[in-house]
Design a binder for this molecule. Structure first.
Ligand code: ZN
Length: 188
């Protein structure tokens, strides 16, 4: 297994729709093993393939604080259904999100409370997860990555402007930027 460099906002693979997985082979197993290793090292609660420069419909999670799924898992070619998000502004204390591809920054974002994931596992077998709360948020965040969205793309008003300012300040938003967990000391 290897820790992979994590792509930063501006890398094109983060901003386009990822391709479906068609081959459930050793190459895919290696990618998923490396993604778990990288997610753990970051550390993060989830990681999508575009975040390691691979434009495939794959994400992993590493989040034990829920009862609806194994603490670690991989979702391949996922579909996600959501309950309608509550109207109103997100709570800046309880709805704050971060992203390893927008490292060191955190912004409040309203998400749907409940999510229903259908996907394939590493062997191509279908499975589903119904969940709510923070794990539902993680699934929405990782699923977004496979559609070419970062959570900062969904921010509104002041939070959006602050994220854009952070992007300029960090000189992100151009191709080729990465950071390496365990070497570069960033978090998010
Ligand atoms: Zn992310």
């Amino acid at each position: 297994m290897a820790i992979l460099p994590i792509t930063i906002s501006g890398e094109p693979v983060l901003h386009r729709v990822s391709d479906p997985v068609t081959e459930f082979d050793d190459e895919l197993r290696q990618l998923v093993a490396d993604m778990f290793e990288t997610c753990k090292a970051a550390p993060g609660v989830g990681l999508a393939a575009p975040q390691v420069g691979v434009g495939l419909q794959v994400f992993v999670w590493d989040y034990a604080d829920q009862d609806d799924a194994p603490a670690q898992g991989v979702a391949i070619n996922p579909t996600l259904w959501l309950s309608p998000a509550e109207p109103g502004d997100p709570d800046p204390h309880t709805e704050v999100e971060g992203c390893l591809s927008f490292p060191g920054e955190r912004f409040a974002l309203r998400r749907s409370e409940r999510a229903w994931l259908q996907a394939q596992d590493i062997n191509g077998e279908p499975f589903e997860i119904k969940t709510s709360g923070w794990f539902a948020r993680i699934l929405q965040h990782e699923y977004d990555h496979l559609q070419g969205y970062l959570y900062v793309d969904r921010l509104l008003d002041l939070e959006y402007r602050e994220a854009q300012r952070a992007k300029r300040k960090n000189k992100w938003g151009k191709p080729g930027l990465t950071w390496l967990p365990g070497v570069d000391n960033l978090e998010g």
